[in-house]
Write a protein that binds this ligand. Structure first.
Ligand code: ARG
Ligand code: ZN
Length: 864
């Protein structure tokens, strides 16, 4: 319960149903920057056109600046006013030129929104509402303009000047300064504006599009980082080819630049022709980046590149449509990554991510549909729901339509809405029109929040040769949505025979669209086993009464790799939930299934590594009515120990067979490295006395970060002399590499040791810890908050620690602070003592004077 008296102010809520088209359009804008870290002068010349017959003034959003001057049609005016940070200019006609001049201070911009300084360079981040912090402008995605940009800056400090589009001209200016002009011919919303000024070098190459346009590609970094750009550049070229082949989409400018910066609020940004990236998604070499990092770099490079069509050429009408570009683009980057290696393992990873981040969000106080109805602060809606559930919704459309009809729908969508600001409805209608499929009921996926629960019960009719499958669905209540309608669930399923291990009923796609449905299968002469939601065809929770035997059967025989993985996970979950709830554990079935998987020489080692991993503490907790962090931890550790001991010979064999001569980045080599460290982890879990020595040997001998960090993680979980030594060696070796130091912090925050909370508190006072860098803040705080046992320490100290950090971070960077709040909002999932302590911290946050609206929205809704 929020005491309204002490709350900051009544929050302003923006509602989707209140959308109205802009009063004024701005077909052209010319920007002139006199760049300086302490005082940058921004002159903007806007050609404004009244959009319909109305008599309202021109309202230009602002970010707290005061204009130094305002001119209309070349004449200085003073009848303007500032209202809620916006510049209001009365205009008499329908077509005017409005000029404004403001001064901003990039070096004091700790929010990292707008124009800011990072590592001595200047860069921008405008999505969603950062452009208004640079200049006065209608900061909404349905105002599309052609941009001309001129920058002047000190030539020594900022030898490189980049902006959107193509370079037009450059030259020297007085006082050691120089200038450059860029022109972007494609109309774009201001959230896609970008500039960079800095001391940078580029790794460059060219790409020839399928229609023959030669494009210069450049990845811009500090000179010292140049050797770490090859992987990102190669990924960019691969992405460009993939989008031509798979979606028929070509690049449309002569230049495509990417700049890496160290201080960035999220992963990367798709500014037209000038992507700006968090350096962690660009820089990689074998010594400093893990396989996971290499894969993530390729995925994010692809994601931002794909936005050139799904986001830039066709943009969003308003921010409620965010999933139009993000869900679709995540779906596209997932398809790209699946095509670069094992599609099965990629699907497993994506589903694990969805369950770790999106399912809890959808089940908690911040649940929202992929097309939300209202927000206080749009930055809070760059969520796993918008991105990852959004991608699952597009995937379901693709599943229902099949590849040809889906591609026809995508072509129609891009053709029809090219150059416009579109809606989710436009996308679905294009899919419908191109395919002839009726998606009316399917649209509920856009408006209803919550993860549907699907119950499946399979019964073999007594004496007969038939089986009946009963499917039923229930969509849980979420905040503001007490009543739900049944959704369309595309469920792929198949029946196996328990005795012959053959197919009883081939795979079929069932569209469950009512509350329940019965399917009858004939010719079922042996006990049938149900394989369901194959490929994770619908993002739902499946409840079945399949026995441990059935799950073991599927984990050994299912021909759908995801379903096979899923059967093993379910077997493990059933065992662990039972153990956590009752203290009674029977590990036999899991041990046998894991042994069988390790023995199956036909399986891809990357798949084996995924399949034998136990579900996380958090995911086990999500299955329980109330989370008991200590009981879950004990149950999981006990199963790990038993698996380690019982299968010691197999783990050691796997460990030996996965050793490689020299580092290669290939799907096969990655799979071996993954399995190697998983095996090492089980050897250590068994309590084997040589485990620390083995891990330390891997740590020291490693010629790549995957093996080194993998070994470090195993050591950090234990209590050996090698643990201390490895942490020191790692720190000293990488003390000047911020991205690797993040791993040093993160690995310790994730440790299952009893003293992790105290270690993390100490690390927060380490001289290399700072809240000013979002990567560093996340490395410690987010990692700690997913460490279920440490974060939920019964004392409440974990909650207090996180709340203290967030209150401090909010003063610097509200957007990044607010993103870290949701773990504190999970209090309903815990028994009284912990719930009370979490709520107390949320209340303390809400009562903090000067709290940002970002944090206020997250914290107050979490208390709700
Ligand atoms: N559009 C960017 C991307 O997904 C992310 C922008 C995030 N913006 C924000 N305010 N959180 O590629
Ligand atoms: Zn995106």
């Amino acid at each position: 319960m929020l005491d309204i008296q002490t709350a900051t102010a009544i929050p302003h809520v923006t509602r989707r149903e209140d959308y109205t088209p802009p009063d004024w359009q701005v077909p052209e804008i010319a920007l002139d920057f006199s760049l300086d870290a302490a005082a940058t002068l921004v002159r903007a010349t806007l050609h404004v056109v009244r959009d319909s017959a109305h008599d309202r003034p021109l309202v230009l959003d602002g970010g707290g600046q005061t204009p130094l001057s305002v001119k209309v049609d070349g004449v200085a005016v003073n009848d303007w006013r500032i209202e809620n940070d916006a510049l209001v200019v009365p205009l008499s006609g329908t077509d005017h030129v409005v000029e404004t001049e403001v001064e901003i201070a990039p070096d004091r911009n700790t929010q990292l929104m707008g124009l800011y300084a990072s590592g001595g360079n200047l860069c921008t981040q405008c999505e969603a509402e950062g452009f208004r912090r640079i200049t006065f402008f209608p900061d909404r995605p349905d105002v599309l303009s052609i941009y001309k940009v001129r920058m002047t800056a000190d030539k020594k400090r900022y030898p490189v000047l980049l902006a959107n589009g193509d370079p037009v001209a450059q030259g020297d200016a007085p006082d050691g300064r120089h200038w450059a002009e860029w022109h972007d011919p494609y109309p774009k919303p201001c959230y896609l504006f970008a500039l960079v000024a800095g001391d940078l070098v580029a790794n460059t190459t060219t790409f020839t599009t399928r229609s023959g346009r030669e494009v210069s590609l450049g990845i811009w970094v500090r000179a010292a980082d140049l050797p770490k750009t090859a992987h990102a550049l190669a990924a960019l070229q691969t992405s460009m080819t993939w989008d031509e082949q798979v979606y028929g989409r070509e690049y449309d400018l002569d230049v495509f630049n990417i700049v890496a910066v160290d201080d960035f609020n999220f992963g990367a940004m798709e500014n037209k022709g000038l992507n700006i990236f968090n350096s962690r998604y660009i820089l990689a070499d074998a010594d400093t980046a893990t396989d996971y990092d290499f894969d993530a770099i390729a995925a994010v490079v692809a994601h931002e590149y794909f936005h050139n069509w799904s986001g830039n050429r066709v943009t969003c009408r308003d921010w409620f449509q965010l999933s139009l570009k993000e869900g679709f683009t995540v779906f596209r980057d997932q398809g790209f990554s699946a095509d670069q290696g094992s599609a099965a393992v990629k699907r497993i990873e994506d589903v694990r991510g969805l369950r770790a981040a999106q399912f809890p969000e959808d089940a908690g106080p911040l649940a929202h549909p992929i097309r939300p109805d209202e927000y206080q602060e749009i930055s809070n809606f760059y969520t796993a729901t918008i991105y990852n559930k959004g991608a699952e919704v597009i995937r379901m459309i693709a599943t229902i339509l099949g590849p040809e009809r889906f591609r026809a729908g995508s072509d129609l969508y891009f053709d029809r809405f090219d150059g416009t600001a579109a809606t989710c409805e436009d996308f679905v209608a294009s899919m419908e029109e191109a395919s002839g499929e009726d998606l009316s009921q399917f649209r509920l996926w856009y408006s209803q929040a919550g993860t549907p629960r699907l119950t499946a019960t399979l019964r073999q009719d007594a004496g007969g040769s038939r089986a009946t499958l009963t499917l039923s669905q229930r969509v849980p209540v979420t905040p503001g949505q007490p009543v739900k309608q049944p959704m369309v669930l595309p469920i792929k399923l198949k029946l196996f025979g328990a005795d012959t291990a053959t197919t009883l009923a081939p795979e079929r796609l069932v569209l469950l669209d009512g509350p329940s449905e019965q399917l009858v299968f004939d010719g079922v002469t042996e006990r049938p086993i149900l394989s369901i939601n194959r490929g994770f065809s619908a993002p739902v929770v499946v409840e079945t009464d399949r026995s441990a035997d059935d799950l073991a059967f599927l984990s050994a025989h299912d021909d759908d790799p995801f379903a096979r993985y899923e059967a093993m996970q379910q077997l493990m979950l059933d065992t662990l939930v039972q153990a956590a709830a009752t203290g009674q554990a029977d590990h036999k079935a899991v041990i046998a299934a894991v042994a069988h998987t390790l023995d199956d020489a036909a399986l891809d080692p990357a798949f084996v590594a995924e399949a034998v991993l136990l579900p996380s503490d958090n995911f086990i907790g999500d299955q329980m009515a109330l989370v008991d962090p200590e009981a879950i931890f004990r149950a999981r550790e006990a199963l790990r120990r038993d698996l380690g001991k019982a299968l010691d010979v197999r783990w050691r064999a796997a460990y030996a067979s996965t050793q490689a001569d020299a580092f290669v980045y290939s799907p096969a080599a990655k799979g071996l490295r993954r399995l190697k460290t998983v095996a090492l982890g089980y050897i250590a879990a068994s309590g084997a006395c040589d485990a620390a020595a083995l891990a330390f040997k891997q740590f020291e001998a490693a010629d790549n970060m995957t093996d080194r960090q993998g070994a470090l993680g195993v050591l950090v979980a234990g209590d050996s002399a090698e643990r201390v030594a490895a942490l020191d060696i790692f720190y000293n070796r990488y003390s000047d590499n911020a991205l690797v130091l993040d791993k040093w912090f993160q690995t310790q925050a994730l440790s299952p040791r009893d003293d992790t909370l105290e270690q993390v508190q100490t690390l927060s006072r380490h001289r290399d810890f700072t809240l000013a860098n979002p990567n560093r803040a996340r490395a410690l705080i987010s990692a700690f908050a997913v460490n279920q046992r440490a974060f939920n320490a019964a004392s409440g100290e974990g909650y207090r620690f996180v709340a203290d950090q967030l209150i401090a971070l909010d003063k610097l960077n509200p957007q990044t602070a607010a993103k870290l709040l949701p773990p504190l909002g999970r209090w309903r999932r815990f028994a009284e003592e912990r719930a009370t302590r979490m709520r107390a911290e949320l209340e303390r946050i809400v009562a903090t004077p000067g709290l940002s609206k970002d944090m206020f929205e997250q914290a107050s809704k979490s208390l709700g």
